[in-house]
Design a protein around this ligand. Structure first.
Ligand code: SF4
Length: 235
């Protein structure tokens, strides 16, 4: 079992589509601002495959897409089985990933199991481990960016986006650096920071620091749009 939670319907998780979201258990990052801290631990999920299958079958014709999010979905060997199920039922399939496992991403792409990928880019490359924990290797994220670019060139209907959470300690210059270090992406989605309910005690100081506000980002949007014309505010 890899799934620990289901959101039954959402208009926010697959742009333009009504989707459900399956949340997988376990993550190899440790972002200090994580809102899904209960999903980080590596234990079994508690919603079985057959339950997911029955859930998805009942919603054919109502939902348009299935999003698999985390935790980090690519840690699970059975992930292709879940995407195959979704595709066999006629759903569009989206993966949310932290970009830590480009090999798994490539396998899913080559198997034609993905219609959309949302890739987290959490910080300037040099600050990656500080923001996302010791297990975060920015080289893997860079490899994912290249794979997604290459795949889209060959499959024009495929969509992908980069997502960045405006966590405390990320400053204006960091945001500009992220915008400049990426190729021009189809969609760069910014998530404005909300203080998580749960966090590690040692992170209390930075958790409660102010993060970039909508007003501050609005004030720098011209510079950001020059680097990334497809900038979007999401949540
Ligand atoms: S990648 Fe970071 S934010 Fe996402 S689930 Fe893992 S620890 Fe949480």
């Amino acid at each position: 079992m890899i799934v620990s939670g289901i959101e039954g319907s959402s208009f926010l998780d697959y742009p333009g589509m009504l989707s459900c979201v399956l949340f997988t258990q376990g993550c190899n990052y440790d972002c200090f601002y994580c809102h899904n801290r209960a999903l980080i631990g590596h234990k079994n999920g508690f919603i079985g495959y057959q339950e997911i299958e029955s859930f998805l079958k009942k919603r054919v014709g109502f939902l348009q897409a299935v999003v698999i999010s985390g935790g980090e979905p690519t840690l699970h060997d059975s992930l292709p089985q879940y995407f195959s199920l979704a595709k066999s039922l006629g759903y569009l399939a989206k993966l949310d990933t932290n970009g830590s496992r480009p090999g798994v991403l490539l396998e899913l792409l080559e198997a034609g199991l993905l219609d959309y990928v949302a890739l987290d880019v959490k910080a300037p490359w040099a600050r990656y481990r500080e923001i996302a924990g010791k297990g975060a290797d920015p080289v893997n994220v860079q490899r994912c960016v290249s794979l997604l670019q290459e795949y889209q060139l060959m499959h024009p209907s495929f969509q992908w986006e980069v997502r960045t959470t405006l966590a405390p300690t990320l400053m204006k210059e960091d945001l500009l650096e992220i915008a400049g270090m990426l190729p021009e992406v189809n969609r760069w989605a910014l998530n404005f920071y909300r203080t998580p309910k749960e966090y590690k005690e040692e992170d209390g100081m930075r958790i409660n620091q102010p993060a970039l506000s909508e007003r501050e980002v609005f004030g720098m949007q011209e510079r950001l749009l020059l680097l990334q014309p497809n900038l979007k505010r999401v949540r």
